[in-house]
Design a protein. Structure first.
Length: 516
């Protein structure tokens, strides 16, 4: 215990020391000290909370039993009830922890640490009003309480009041400049305000104060990536991964930086690693598709994104990310109608996000230019400028569409070459059929199909009309498998096209003697 105390004095922001001290205190059955150190560890390193809870849960459960026994024995002091609440909090039992803190505060209303703890839990539950009220009460009575200023800043960010949050975190840093997490939070706020350089300065200060803070490295790496300083980004993200391995998001960010730096194979390895950790990491699917497209494997990229849609059927934001990338690849191939459909669908899905709307409108406008519909294209760019007057792409495009002076902006140049979709070979006699059952029709973005032949090889994604044509041409057999966007399982073609259920494959023409 004495060694761990000394370690904390030498390096006060090292969360692992508190975990070990909690374990040692548990051996001595000093349960208040156990809970104090477990909570301290999580506060110092919120990003590692899940890992710390896993390590400390057995000890925290023993602590709860200890405090329960004291209360049953007629010793329900505010301190005991508060300690039990802290143990519940560590175990993630938010409602029980709030109840204990509230009971304790009825007897000791001046216990500001408990009030801050309760406010944090209110914020986790989404009860921002009560959280901010508790923290404001502490700050009024203790203007120099930097922990309360920091906690209120977090609650204010959740309440979309970033200006007030910045004032609070500035005050917290003024009172306790050696707290790295305060600098990380201010960096987050400056990043939200678009001030990348100032955000990098804050993350750098946090790293100076705590060189083991993987989150600060990751966030600084993300900022470097936005500044197109990809080597710096890769270095920071690699260090973040070394300090805290196994986070899919870190692999995705580094993969994006590798991709921008033309290190394609390293990028693909990172995206695959991210998907191995988290199969629902949508940006890893987007990254892999981008990698395939850069290799010229456009159809393979489209198929990957279309298959991924069934994983995110309930999440409109993630579906929109997949569609935005798919639309870009359709555009690269010169397949403008499906690109336009994908960008329009993104616009419908993300109307609540002004940045996604702006990106989708610009993308849709670019496609309209290639269609020759310059009037609609200009209207789209102008709608972006109404929200973002300094938007560089929309400004240049709108100016050129209005006056036609100077060279065409690079973004409005058509794709270098058109890439036609490949088709399966003809394997049957041509067939004729009436329209298929309406149950197989679907609205965008679930209206595209993938075909898997017996080779096996996959083709698509294609529209239902094109699929009908392939069936008529004899390219689809009854045992060919079909997958529509959003489906979890493949289905045999004869289930969709009954006409294929009783047709035999076309016989091979016997070879002539010359051919032999």
């Amino acid at each position: 215990i004495e060694d761990f105390k000394q370690a904390s004095r030498l390096r006060p922001n090292h969360a692992g020391t508190h975990i070990w001290r909690a374990a040692a205190s548990a051996k001595l059955e000093d349960w208040p000290d156990v809970i104090e150190n477990l909570q301290q560890a999580i506060q110092l390193r919120p990003s590692a909370a899940q890992q710390y809870r896993k390590l400390g849960s057995p000890v925290a459960r023993k602590a709860v039993k200890h405090f329960d026994r004291l209360i049953r024995e007629g010793k329900p002091t505010p301190e005991t009830i508060c300690n039990r609440g802290r143990a519940h909090e560590f175990l993630g039992r938010i409602d029980q922890a709030i109840a204990d803190y509230s009971i304790a505060l009825t007897s000791t209303s001046e216990d500001y640490n408990t009030m801050i703890a309760r406010a944090r839990l209110y914020a986790r539950k989404g009860d921002l009003e009560n959280a901010i009220n508790d923290l404001s009460k502490v700050i009024r009575r203790q203007p120099d309480n930097h922990r309360a200023c920091y906690a209120r800043a977090i609650a204010l960010i959740d309440d979309n009041n970033n200006d007030s949050a910045l004032r609070d975190v500035n005050r917290a840093i003024e009172l306790a400049p050696g707290e790295p997490r305060y600098h990380v939070l201010r960096g987050d706020l400056r990043l939200l305000a678009g001030n990348l350089s100032a955000a990098i300065d804050d993350y750098t200060q946090a790293i100076v104060l705590d060189p083991a803070d993987h989150l600060a490295f990751r966030k600084r790496g993300s900022c470097y990536q936005r500044q197109h300083q990809y080597l710096y980004a890769i270095a920071d993200l690699t260090r973040s991964n070394e300090l805290f391995p196994g986070l899919a998001e870190t692999y995705v960010l580094r993969g994006q930086s590798y991709l921008k730096n033309d290190q394609l194979e390293q990028a693909n390895e990172d995206f695959e690693q991210a998907l191995a950790i988290d199969p629902h990491q949508v940006r890893a699917f987007v990254g892999r598709a981008n990698y395939l497209a850069q290799l010229g494997r456009h159809e393979e990229a489209l198929i990957l994104l279309t298959k991924a849609m069934q994983r995110f059927d309930e999440d409109q934001r993630q579906i929109a990310e997949l569609l935005m990338m798919r639309g870009k690849i359709f555009y690269q191939m010169g397949r403008f109608p499906p690109a336009l459909t994908d960008f329009s669908t993104v616009l419908d899905l993300r109307r609540d996000d002004i940045y996604s709307v702006a990106a989708a409108r610009c993308a849709r406008a670019v496609v309209l230019v290639q269609h020759g519909d310059l009037i609609r294209a200009k209207k789209e760019f102008d709608r972006v400028l109404a929200r973002f007057p300094d938007h560089p792409l929309a400004s240049a495009a709108s100016e050129w569409l209005t006056h036609g002076n100077g060279p065409r902006p690079a973004i409005l140049e058509p794709p270098e070459r058109l890439i036609r979709p490949t088709r399966p070979p003809v394997t049957r006699e041509p067939v004729e059929f009436e329209a298929t059952d309406p149950q197989w029709e679907a609205p965008p973005p679930y209206d595209l199909w993938i075909v898997r032949t017996s080779k096996p090889r996959e083709y698509g994604p294609i529209t239902k009309a094109m699929l009908d044509d392939w069936v008529r041409q004899g390219r689809i057999g009854g045992r060919t498998r079909l997958l529509r966007s959003g489906w979890e399982k493949w289905r045999r073609a004869k289930r969709v096209y009954q006409v294929l259920g009783d047709r035999r494959p076309r016989k091979k023409r016997p070879r002539s003697s010359d051919e032999k």
